[in-house]
Design a protein around this ligand. Structure first.
Ligand SMILES: [Zn+2]
Ligand SMILES: [Zn+2]
Length: 414
C-alpha cells in the first residue's frame, strides 16, 4: 500500500493550486484546480499542468474555496470529473461564471463541514475555516493507512478565527503530512483582526464630514460585514452595487449576513450595471432590487449619510450623476495595496486624487501571518509538512515541523 502525492502546481508560487493524491488501487483525487494568478485571460487548455493526466478518471476534484486560484482550472478539465465543495462555494462559483454567460461543465456535490465522506479509497472530512473567501475549508484526507491535512488558504485573524483556534487546541491525531499554504511567509502584510478594522472604519466614518468611498471585494464577506457594522454604529448607510447585492442575497441562507432589505443598506442601481444584468437575462433581479435601491444622483445629496462602494465600473455613472469626490469626502482602499498599481487601482486612485480626497488604506490580509503559520503547523504536529502557495518556503523554514520540499510535478511516495 502506498499513497502518491503530486503537487502539480503551487509548490513555488502563490495560487494555481493543483494537487493530486493517488492510491495503489488507482483511485485519484485532486485537491483544488486553480488558475495561476498571473494567467492571461482565456487559454484554458494550456493552463493544465503538464504532469496532470486528464486521460484517466478521478474520484473527485475537491475545491477548498471559491477563489479563482483554487477553482479557475475547472473549465479546462474533463466534464466527467465530479466536483466536491461547500454549498455556498458552488453558488459563488456559478454566480461568477454566470456573469460571463458560462456555467461549469462538471457535476457538483456539496459536503457538510465535519462530516466524513468516501471517494474511492479516500475518506474526506472538510473543515470550515477562516479566510477572506466565504465558505473556505481545510481538508482532512485518510487513505492507505495515511492521514493528511490540506490547509487550503486560511488565516487566524478574521471573523471565523475561532474555527482555526479550535482546530489548534484539538488537532486531528497522527497527521502524516500537512500540505500548507504560506502566502505571507517572508512578507509584512497587515494581519490585524477584522474587529480592529471595524474600529478603524468607525473612526474614519465619524471624522469624515461628508461621504466615505470604499473599494473592497464583493466576495470578501468578512469585509462587507465589517463595513456594515461600522455603518450601523455611526448611523451611516452602506451603499453597494448590484453585484454585491446579489452576492449578499445569495448567501443569506448561510448565516446572519447583511442583505438587501436590511436597515443601513442600499443598493445603487447604475445604468451600466443594470444594462449588463438585463443583457444577460437577469432583469428580474434589477427590478427586485429597485425597492432597496437608490439612484446614483442621490449620493450627491446628504453626503454625510453615505459609505459608498467604489469600483472602476461605477465611476462613469457616478460622474454623470454629479457624484464627484471632494476634499470633504474620504476614501479607503480596502484591498491588498499591490492592486492599486494595476489599471483598475490607478483609475480609482486618479478619480480620488482629482477631487483631493483624503486616502486611508484600511485592510487586513486574507492569509495567516508568518507567526500564525508557524503556530498552526506546530499545533497540527505532522510527521512532515509539504509547503505550497508561497514564495519564501525555500529560505523561511525555521520553527516549522520537518519540511518535505517538493517541486511542481514531482511524485512523492508517502
Ligand atoms: Zn489562494
Ligand atoms: Zn484564497
Amino acid at each position: 500500500m502506498s499513497l502518491l502525492l503530486t503537487v502539480h502546481r503551487a509548490a513555488h508560487e502563490i495560487g494555481g493550486n493543483c494537487i493530486e493524491l493517488s492510491a495503489s488501487d488507482g483511485s485519484r483525487i485532486l485537491l483544488d484546480a486553480g488558475r495561476p494568478l498571473d494567467a492571461p485571460e482565456g487559454q484554458f487548455v494550456e493552463l493544465i499542468p503538464k504532469t496532470l493526466n486528464t486521460g484517466l478518471p478521478v474520484a473527485g476534484v475537491l475545491l477548498s474555496h471559491p477563489h479563482q486560484d483554487h477553482y479557475g482550472l475547472l473549465d479546462a478539465l474533463p466534464a466527467s470529473w465530479a466536483v466536491y465543495c461547500g454549498a455556498a462555494s458552488e453558488k459563488l462559483i456559478r454566480l461568477t461564471a454566470g456573469i460571463f454567460g458560462n456555467s461549469p461543465s462538471q457535476s457538483f456535490h456539496n459536503w457538510s463541514s465535519g462530516k466524513p465522506f468516501k471517494l474511492g479509497t479516500f475518506t474526506i472530512t472538510a473543515l470550515l475555516t477562516d479566510h477572506s473567501a466565504f465558505d473556505a475549508h481545510m481538508l482532512l484526507i485518510e487513505g492507505e493507512g495515511k492521514r493528511l491535512l490540506y490547509s487550503g488558504d486560511f488565516r487566524a485573524h478574521g471573523r471565523k478565527s475561532e474555527l482555526v483556534k479550535r482546530l489548534m487546541r484539538s488537532p486531528p491525531e497522527s497527521i502524516d503530512a500537512l500540505i500548507m499554504e504560506g502566502t505571507n511567509l517572508g512578507s509584512i502584510k497587515p494581519c490585524s483582526s477584522e474587529t480592529r478594522l471595524e474600529e478603524q472604519f468607525r473612526e474614519l466614518f465619524i471624522k469624515t464630514s461628508d461621504r466615505v468611498f470604499v473599494s473592497w471585494s464583493a466576495q470578501n464577506i468578512d469585509r462587507t460585514v465589517t463595513l456594515y457594522r461600522a455603518c450601523k454604529a455611526t448611523g451611516r448607510t452602506l451603499v453597494v452595487d448590484l453585484y454585491t447585492a446579489e452576492v449578499m442575497e445569495m448567501l443569506a441562507e448561510f448565516g446572519k449576513l447583511p442583505r438587501p432589505g436590511w436597515p443601513n443598506l442600499k443598493v445603487v442601481i447604475t445604468k451600466a450595471f443594470a444594462h449588463m444584468y438585463r443583457k444577460t437575462g437577469r432583469e428580474e433581479f434589477v427590478d427586485r432590487m429597485a425597492k432597496h435601491g437608490i439612484a446614483a444622483k442621490q449620493l450627491a445629496n446628504t453626503p454625510s449619510k453615505w459609505v459608498v462602494m467604489t469600483r472602476p465600473s461605477l465611476i462613469q455613472d457616478f460622474e454623470s450623476n454629479g457624484v464627484k469626490p471632494s476634499h470633504t469626502d474620504s476614501w479607503s482602499w480596502s484591498m491588498w495595496h499591490g492592486y492599486l498599481a494595476g489599471d483598475d487601482g490607478k483609475r480609482v486612485q486618479d478619480w480620488f486624487d482629482r477631487g483631493q480626497c483624503q486616502a486611508n488604506h484600511i485592510h487586513t490580509s486574507g492569509h495567516a501571518s508568518p507567526n500564525d503559520l508557524r503556530a498552526f503547523a506546530r499545533a497540527i504536529n505532522p510527521r512532515f509538512m509539504v509547503p505550497v502557495h508561497g514564495l519564501a518556503w525555500d529560505y523561511k523554514q525555521e520553527n516549522f515541523p520537518p519540511i518535505q520540499r517538493l517541486t511542481d510535478g514531482e511524485v512523492f511516495t508517502l
